[in-house]
Design a protein around this ligand. Structure first.
Ligand code: SF4
Length: 253
């Protein structure tokens, strides 16, 4: 198949997904191959997990347990599994990678430079994500166009050339109001931090509550100036140097 045909197929899939309700979008995605949904336990992702669990859809649910998550987020993993009778597969960073990062930048060195922050996200998120998606044909995400300007053109279906798989974003056209209404109507369990001013929740040291008028993702890596800041999961990762061999030697503190 040529690239032109592939792109045509994706455009046609995008149109099909647009016409379906959420469960239909997920069923269609699941029928295309081995589908993996990566959840951050955020409110959008909880809507998708609830749909997968309620309809027992053949979609694997995975999460990146970075080691720096809020206690509320970690607790929600187990609560969600119990509620929907599903298993959420955890993917952890490698201890040697964490030690290498800490030796080179300091454990909380992500505050000091964008390079260090990307290096931390690389070892705690990107590398585990690669494991989570190994062998998958379809990657399902909770991306929404309304989350930030950077996500304003999110399609329902796109080809992720970097990872060589099809990425499906079944909530692309949902508003935050629609998400909230669905959560209330379906009694979906959500992170209690949302009610405390955290619409977008990542790692604890890198997430703060937002102020009135700020966009939904303003509390993520708030000390950086770049309006398009992301962790690299959904945008091509900037070049991140691997920690040097010497920095991989564990230190005492
Ligand atoms: S969000 Fe912060 S703590 Fe989490 S992986 Fe990225 S830089 Fe590290």
């Amino acid at each position: 198949m040529t690239l032109h045909q592939t792109l045509q197929d994706i455009a046609s899939l995008d149109a099909k997904l647009a016409a379906l309700p959420l469960a239909g979008r997920l069923s269609l995605a699941a029928g295309l191959g081995r589908a993996v949904f990566t959840t951050s336990l955020g409110i959008e992702d909880q809507v998708i997990t609830a749909e997968i669990g309620t309809h027992q859809l053949p979609i694997e649910v995975s999460t990146l347990e970075t080691g720096r998550l809020f206690a509320e987020t970690v607790a929600l993993i187990g609560e969600t599994e119990e509620r929907y009778g599903i298993t959420i597969k955890r993917f952890y960073p490698k201890p040697a990678d964490i030690e290498g990062f800490a030796a080179q930048y300091g454990l909380n060195g992500f505050y000091d430079s964008v390079e260090a922050r990307h290096a931390c996200c690389h070892v705690r998120k990107l590398k585990p994500l690669t494991e989570a998606l190994a062998g998958a044909d379809i990657w399902i995400t909770g991306l929404r166009r309304g989350q930030s300007g950077n996500r304003a053109t999110t399609p329902f279906a796109e080809y992720d050339a970097e990872r060589g798989l099809l990425k499906i974003n079944p909530l692309a056209d949902w508003s935050l109001e629609a998400i909230n209404a669905h959560v209330e109507a379906m009694d979906v369990p959500v992170n209690p931090l949302h009610a405390r001013g955290y619409p977008s929740i990542g790692c604890e040291p890198c997430t703060r509550a937002i102020k009135p008028g700020e966009n939904e993702r303003a509390g993520r890596w708030w000390w950086e100036n770049d309006e398009k800041r992301e962790c690299g999961l959904h945008v091509p990762e900037p070049h991140v140097p691997e920690p040097s061999a010497s920095s991989l030697i564990p230190t005492q503190n």
